[in-house]
Design a protein around this ligand. Sequence first.
Ligand code: 2HA
Ligand code: ZN
Length: 269
Amino acid sequence: MSILDKNKAMKAEVRQVAEVAGYLWQKGWAERNGGNITVNITRWVDDAMRALPAISEPLPIGKTLPHLEGCWFYCKGTGKRMRDLARNPMANGSIIRILPDCATYEIVADRLVMPTSELPSHLAVHDYLIAKGSPYRASLHTHPIELVALTHCHKWLEKDAATRMLWSMIPETKAFCPRGLGMVPYMLPSSVELAEATIRTLDQDYDVVMWEKHGVFAVDTDIMNAFDQVDVLNKAAQIYIASKNMGFEPEGMTYSQMKELSDAFGLPK
Ligand code: 2HA
Ligand code: ZN
């Protein structure tokens, strides 16, 4: 028995997380316990779930996040593997609810799985999204090989240099990742500085933020859409690399081809 058995909508959302976790592993983006997923599942919480007892003490988030009052999240478990989460999301992830003080949470799940050590930074992003009135409810951190490789070269760290190159590799990239790729310079994983820089960059109107020499952080309405944005960008990076491997610099779509595409799809310039 799982607490999800009586809540089909929540079960479907957790299944979607498991499906994406499987893709991350298959793509080679999720070595060991690499990557994180958190999804705001508050809209699926019904009275039966609200009545469930917590299976943990109140635990500190590490910061006060005033917009998260009453919110529920599914989060990958700390130290857990995406490939295990794909098979068994409730043994490798956790459902938590934020307590009224907005500084503590409790676990309401099948098993006592401690949420990701990145919880404070992921929750800070969700707090920011809610404050902004965003429809985005999912956040994804993963290690896409070719995108990370790009950030080992200074020229791609300039604001929107990688975005312009990636958009020009294949038309779908701008159509399906219209805000491009934000850049955050190297910072210590899990640090407060990295979390704050990520939120600042998301706020410059990016859905996908690159952490130099580490990975991406993406937000979208659900986890499949967040995954798709990263997948589309990484595919473009693979095309760039494939051209370089064939011994030439890829031409990229021309300015007028990009303009025609932007007009046809109603994309920002
Ligand atoms: O939690 O990838 O950067 C695993 C990570 C943190
Ligand atoms: Zn990482």
